[in-house]
Each structure stands twice: as C-alpha cells, then as structure tokens.
Design a protein around this ligand. Structure first.
Ligand SMILES: [Zn+2]
Length: 250
C-alpha cells in the first residue's frame, strides 16, 4: 500500500494539474467539471445506501457517479476518492466504492480515501491551520470542516490519522447533531445534507459539452440533442429552467 506521504504528494500533484495551490479550500465539482484536458462526466444519482460512488473509464472517456443521497460534504469526498481511481489506478470496467471510511477495506479503497482527504485538505494545509488551534474542541473541528468543506466523519478520521486527536475521540461527539452545532456557530447546514430530491439526478461535465458539440457540428438533430440531454437528467437545459439566474442585465 502507498504511504500517507506518497498519497499526499499525489494529491498535491493533482492540485497542480487543476491549477490549485496547496493550502486553499478547493471547489472540487467546479474544477473537475471545467477540466477540459480530461473527458470527465459527473453523474449525480441516488445509489444504494451502501455505495458512495462509482467510476468507469472507457478509452479516454471517464464517468464518475456520485451517490446524491449523501451529504454535500460526503459527495465532495467521494468525487476526490473517485479521481484517485481514475488518475492513479488502472480502471478496468467499473469500480464501485463502499460507503464506509474504515480500516478494513482493500488497499485501493484505503488509498483512495486518504488521497481524497489530502486532495481536499493537503497535509501541510492542515498543519498550518492547526498552528492556530490550541485544543481541538467540537467548535474548532466544525470551523475546520466548514473551511475546507469536508464531512464531519472524514475530518474526524483525518485528525486522528494525522495525530491531532487521540484514537476513539470520536466517541465524545457521538450524541451531537452536527448540523445543529454548526448552525449555532453561524454556519449554513448545506455541508451536512444531501441534494434536494429534484437535484438528485444530474449530469455535468464532458457529456453535456459533447452533446452540445455534436449538435453544433450538425451531426445530430435538435430533437436528438434534447433527447440526449433528457437522458442525462438535464431538463433544465432543454426547457430553459433557470430559476435562480434572474435577468443578466440586472
Ligand atoms: Zn473507491
């Protein structure tokens, strides 16, 4: 199995490829959707509760599926996890990934989890951040997870792995409702909740670009374009539902 140091340096390498520095929070969905050198399509779909995500790679075409019934924080982690399989492993057929973040998984799954943690929050980013923290209280942990937009479970796992908290310290926070504690500190609750039902089916990235491109080239009819977009759960593009955009002249 790869060491934590190796996985951290792969995460930093990935950040460089994405044009990101080694310290800042990263808008992982936006940067992957905009990553034109790789043909990545992201599909949000309500998968079984045991599965966090899956990925496939056929030639250069990559599809990453994210379980949209998981919290936004977890979805960000899953996307980072799937990137590890795609970028640093040989993907044959389909890889299906387990929901649990635990020690009894395969090396590949453990590596992908650690990589995901380091991609969202590199080792040194946490080290620098930790200099401002005397003691890791619940409030300080929430500040950290809100800054890097990482799920509470993943942040606890990481604090323990990197030696900032004693093993089993998770037990201290078992009976708290984390979204409520975050709200009391003035944060929104988005990190802790899944997408609204109507957004649980959604496709972004290469697929949408490709459909638009082959239509622009005259290779498919407008009807076919609409059909393909609807297959990708993009009725919003077909029917022009731009509810929150407002008037561009405003
Ligand atoms: Zn995996």
């Amino acid at each position: 199995m790869k060491t934590a140091q190796e996985l951290n340096s792969l995460a930093l390498e990935t950040r460089r490829m994405l044009g990101e520095d080694g310290y800042s929070p990263i808008d992982i969905f936006a940067v992957v959707n905009g990553w034109k050198e790789k043909k990545i399509t992201i599909v949000k779909y309500p998968l079984s509760e045991r599965i966090s995500g899956m990925c496939t790679k056929v030639d250069e075409d990559i599809v990453i599926c994210i379980n949209s019934t998981t919290s936004y924080g977890r979805q960000r982690f899953t996307l980072a996890h799937e990137l590890y399989h795609i970028l640093y492993e040989k993907v044959e057929g389909r890889i299906i990934c387990d929901m649990k973040i635990a020690d009894n998984k395969s090396d590949s799954e453990k590596e992908a989890d650690m990589f995901a943690g380091y991609l969202l929050m590199p080792y040194d980013a946490l080290f620098q951040y930790s200099k401002k923290v005397d003691k890791w209280t619940l409030n300080k942990i929430i500040d950290l997870e809100q800054f890097f937009l990482i799920s509470h479970m993943a942040i606890m796992f990481r604090l323990e792995k990197d030696g900032y908290m004693a093993p089993d310290s998770l037990a201290d926070y078992k009976n708290v409702t984390i979204s409520r504690e975050a709200a009391k500190l003035g944060y929104g609750k988005e990190l802790y909740f899944p997408d609204q039902i109507e957004k649980q089916y959604f496709t972004t990235g290469e697929y949408v670009r490709k459909v638009e491109k082959i239509y622009d080239k005259g290779l498919i009819s407008e009807g076919k374009k609409e059909e393909l977009l609807l297959d990708g759960f993009r009725a919003d593009i077909v029917y022009n539902f731009d509810e929150e955009e407002g008037n561009l002249n405003d």
